[in-house]
Design a binder for this molecule. Structure first.
Ligand code: URA
Length: 208
């Protein structure tokens, strides 16, 4: 399945503005919301349509409507919450499933500390949202968890990604579609994306 890096000039422009070291919390949040909205539009462009009968002012018509159940958005705590509002502008009826992961200090692997996944996930597309795809560990654990819950159709949205993280997800889950604002250069030794955004969670929550 494809890795889709947005070519939309507005996405590129807004991701560039996010990189400014002097950016305010307010501006960071607003831009994250706007980019999330644009990426959600791009990520849903292949959703199927069906014909639905409707009575409109001029009589009975057949109109195209979404064929499948509303998707579930899956913000990964905590930074993923910064993309939720933008995604909901495009999918206001989406269900929300939440996943919280933290690193096990012994195994160094991400472990789930909170899961609230919609019960009929097997019949919905899941759209994972997280600002940064760095090493890929958290996204991988989330996708594993969604699949273990029965989810068959997964899209993941990231504002910025490292090539290393993209490869991890592609290798482990080639069926998952990745929609990314910008694929950056690389990771540094601490697992931060370069040039990247710094700690996106801190910037969204104002905890710098
Ligand atoms: N998480 C972040 O917030 N930033 C990075 O660069 C990597 C992971």
């Amino acid at each position: 399945m494809p890795v889709f890096e947005s070519a939309h000039p507005l996405v590129k422009h807004k991701v560039s503005l996010l990189r400014d070291n002097d950016i305010s919390v307010k501006a960071f949040r607003e831009l994250a919301k706007e980019i999330s909205m644009l990426l959600t539009v791009e990520a849903t462009q292949h959703f199927s349509l069906k014909n639905t009968s409707m009575t409109c002012w001029s009589g009975d018509i057949s109109v195209p409507t979404l064929a499948d159940k509303q998707p579930t958005l899956v913000p990964i705590l905590r930074a993923g919450l910064g993309m939720l509002e933008g995604a909901l502008l495009v999918l206001p009826c989406a269900k929300i499933s939440v996943v919280g992961l933290q690193r096990n200090e012994e195994t160094l692997q991400p472990e789930s500390y909170y899961e609230n996944i919609i019960s009929d996930i097997e019949s919905r597309t899941a759209i994972v949202i997280d600002p940064m795809l760095a090493t890929g560990g958290t996204a991988l654990a989330t996708i594993d968890l969604l699949k273990a819950s029965g989810c068959k159709n997964i899209i993941a949205l990231f504002l910025v990604a490292a090539p290393e993280g993209v490869k991890v997800i592609k290798d482990a889950h080639p069926d998952v579609t990745l929609t990314i604002g910008m694929i950056d250069e690389k990771l540094n030794e601490q697992g931060y994306i370069l040039p990247g955004l710094g700690d996106a969670g801190d910037k969204i929550f104002g905890t710098l």
